[in-house]
Design a protein around this ligand. Sequence first.
Ligand code: PBG
Length: 330
Amino acid sequence: MSLRPLFPETRLRRLRYSKVVRNMVAETALSVDNLVMPLFVCPGKNVQNPIKSMPGNDQLSVDMLVKKCGELLESGVKSVLLFGIPESKDEDGTVATHEHGIVQNAVRAIKETYPEMYIIADICNCEYTTHGHCGTIVDGDVDNDQTLVTLAAQAVSLAQAGVDMVAPSDMMDGRVGYMRKALDENCFEKMPIMAYSAKYASGFYGPFRDAADSAPQFGDRSTYQMDPRNSDEAIREVEMDIAEGADIVMVKPALSYLDVIYRVKNEFNVPVAAYNVSGEFSMVKAAEANNWIDGKRVMMEIMTSIRRAGADIIITYHAKEVADVLNGKI
Ligand code: PBG
């Protein structure tokens, strides 16, 4: 009997021939439980204003937003991240702290119909200031410590309206600690904080600024958001936010910063969220519309890569579609 040559000895393909075994040894799992859907709420009634640069996403009035929450729950998406487009803006974003502000109204309406929906509120001033910056302007730039006051007031007001979690996205120093203290003093010691800890000054936010009408009217955000060249600094930001009481830390954007997600997950024992931002979403949609890529396949590959890098939670405009794919609906 002649032996066949035993080369190569290691054959990694052995575990790839059957789908059953491929699934058996898959290292990364993606579930609807990992997903959070961002939504934009605007004034009016029966308003569904399509966001051109983000196909399938709309600015929704409170009644339509509630309807949308019903559809999301039906698909298995159990959490939303809310952004507000207010009736009017002011110099320091105080409108965002009003009891009957746009997001406060939305929160109460959702909870009335769907108490099971887990509502996260983005905490920032940029949608609420006339100049579009994330805080109060002093001498031509955002003043850190004055901004902490409006941010904390916004968080407390939204807590009173009934949100389940707050997510500060402003990148001021010390905001997590300041907000934690304000929440605790107002008896919201059970309210988790998901901090946008490593949030980069990114071109990928372009479509969002149309959606939320929040583009800065002068300058840019590079005096507060992070420089894309840095990752040691991301570790310092995360370290600082954890020390100040963050329960979940976030890296944003996701795709160009998978290395940062990986580092954060490896260096800290806390849940990590990744924000698959507007520009990342719109690139997929644009390429899909041109038939340059298989949009559904690329979407699932992106979600998997963010999970593989180490994110526990994915905030994504694809959330409903991903859920529908996972449930075999599309
Ligand atoms: C508010 C905020 C932004 C995003 C989330 N929260 C915009 C920005 O910082 O300019 C971006 C989200 C996205 O692009 O999907 N500060």
